[in-house]
Design a protein around this ligand. Sequence first.
Ligand code: ATP
Ligand code: MG
Ligand code: MG
Ligand code: MG
Length: 566
Amino acid sequence: MRTSQYLLSTLKETPASAEVISHQLMLRAGLVRNVASGLYTWLPTGLKVLRKVEQIVREEMEKAGAIEVLMPMVQPADLWEESGRWEDYGPELLRLNDRHNRSFVLGPTHEEVITKLIANEISSYKQLPVNLFQIQTKFRDEIRPRFGVMRGREFLMKDAYSFHLDETCLKTTYQNMYNAYCRIFERLGLDYRPVIADTGSIGGDASHEFHVLADSGEDDIAFSDQSDFAANIEKAEALAPKGTRPSATQELTQVATPNVKTIEEVATFLSVDAQQTVKTLLVQGANENTPVIALVLRGDHQLNEIKAENLSEVASPLTFATDEQIQTTANCNAGSIGPVNLPIPVIVDRSAAHLADFICGANVHDTHFSGVNWDRDIQNYQVADIRNVVEGDPSPCGQGNIVIKRGIEVGHIFQLGEKYAQAMNCGVLTETGKNQTLTMGCYGIGVSRIVAAAIEQNHDKYGIKWPSAIAPFQAAIVPMNMAKSARVKETAEQLYAQLQRAGVDVIFDDRKERPGVMFADHELIGTPFLLIIGERNLDTQEIEVKNRITGEKSLMKIDQVMSLFQ
Ligand code: ATP
Ligand code: MG
Ligand code: MG
Ligand code: MG
C-alpha cells in the first residue's frame, strides 16, 4: 500500500464529540467515521484491523469445531412471535415493514433464525451435536449509543449456537468454547478476564462474560484478592451472603439529598393518570411519605405527561422509564433506562420491575453508566456507594476480599437450555425413537467492540500501540526527502517490493510530506515498526528502525530487516 494511493484520513485535532480515548484515536487515526448516531463507516485502515480480529475469531471457532454460516440481518417477525421475544425484547429491537406490510426486525441476535434452521435441517440424534457460527452485522437500537463503535447501534458480532441432545454434551461444548475464547483474547494480545455472569432474560443456567480490563469500561467486575474468583457485579451481588450489608435501598434513602421528594409530592407533578400509576407502583414497603428513589412510569405513560416546566422541581434522583425499557434493561444495563434529554441526574431502581433486590445504574445528562459507583460517576450529586457488594467485602467464594475493576464486555457465552428449542419445536428422534427437545448454547463476541477495547488498553500520547496481531500494517516505510535523493527512493522501492513479496503488511509513505508529519501519522495509526530510510545511513547500507511499542530506535542493515517479521 502506498499512501499516495490510499485514504489515510488522519486528523490533527481531537474531535470534541469523542469522550473516550479509543473513540478519539479511532477518529484521529482515520479508522472510522460517524454516519449517524451509533452508525459508522469503517475506513480502509479501520477495516484492516476489523478483518484481522474477525480472522482470529474465525480461525479459533473453526479449530473448536464450529462451522460457519451466514444468516440474514433482516428477520421475519413470525419467528420472534414464535419465540415470544416479539413481545419481550423491548425497544432495542428495530421493527420494520416491507411493501406488503409484513413485519420484520433487524436482527439484534440470531437465536430464532438458527433454531428454526436446525428444527428444519436436523431430525436425528445422529446429526448431533452441531455448533454453527457466523460473523454478521447486528442492529440494536441502543438508547444511548456512545464511545464510538464500543456501543454502536450497528456492530459486528460473532455469534455461535450449539445444539445438543443432553446437558452433558452442552457442557462439553460450552467448555470448549470457553477455551476457544481464551485463545482468541490471548492471540489478540489483550489483558482480559473471564467472569461468571448472570444469565438474565436470555435464560439458562450458566454464563460467562469476557472482559477487557480498562478504566473506561462500563461494567464493574468483582475479583477476590486471594483466589481466582471473578464475577460481574450483578452476579457477585447475587452470590453475596444475604444481610451482610444494609440494603442498598436503605442506604440510599439515608444519604438522599434534601431535594428528594416524597411519593406524595412527586405525584403532584404528574398527570392524574400517571399519579395513579405511580401510586400503584410503590417500591415494596413504601408509603406516600417515602422519599422517591426512582420513578417508573409504566405502559403508555410517557415523559410528556409531566409538565416540562415542572421538571426541575421534581426531585433530582428520578427516572422515567417505560415498562418495556425496564424489562429490556433489567438484565443488562440499568443505566440504559432514562430519558435522553432530561437535564437531571437519574437513578434507576430496577427493583421496580421485580420488586426484588435494589440494583441500580445512573445517568447524568446524555451519559450512560451501568453498575456505577455513584461517588465516582455522578457529578454534582453526592451519594454513597450503594452497591450491595463493595471493595473490601468478603469474597462470595470464601477466600479473600473483593476488589472491583472496570471492564469492557467483549464476549459472552451462555448455556441456554431448552428455551428456544421448546418454543420453536426444535427436536430430534432419539435412539429409542422418541422425540426430544434439543438443548442449546450460544456464544457471542463483539468483533467491532474489540477494536475499540484494544485501543483503550494500548495507546500513549502519540496514538495507538496495536498488539502486533491486529495492527493494520506491520511496518511503515518512511523515506527522508525521497524527492531529492535517488538513492533513498530506490532503496525504499526495493524494500517495499521485498516486504510485499514476503507477505508483510507494509505501508510505503511516498507522500511529499515533511518527515515530522509522516512520523506523527504512523505513530498515531500505531504501526509497530517504522523503517526510516535516510541518505546518510545508506553509506553503511543501514536504515533506522523505530519500535512503536518500546519507542526504541536502532540502526539495522537493510538485508537484516526481514528478520523483524519472521
Ligand atoms: P452490553 O452489556 O454491553 O449492552 P450485551 O450483554 O447486551 O452487551 P450480548 O447480547 O451479550 O451483549 O452480545 C454479545 C457481545 O456483543 C457483547 O459481549 C459485546 O461484546 C457485543 N455488543 C453488544 N452490544 C453491543 C453494541 N451496542 N455495540 C458493540 N458491541 C456490542
Ligand atoms: Mg452485558
Ligand atoms: Mg446490551
Ligand atoms: Mg452480554
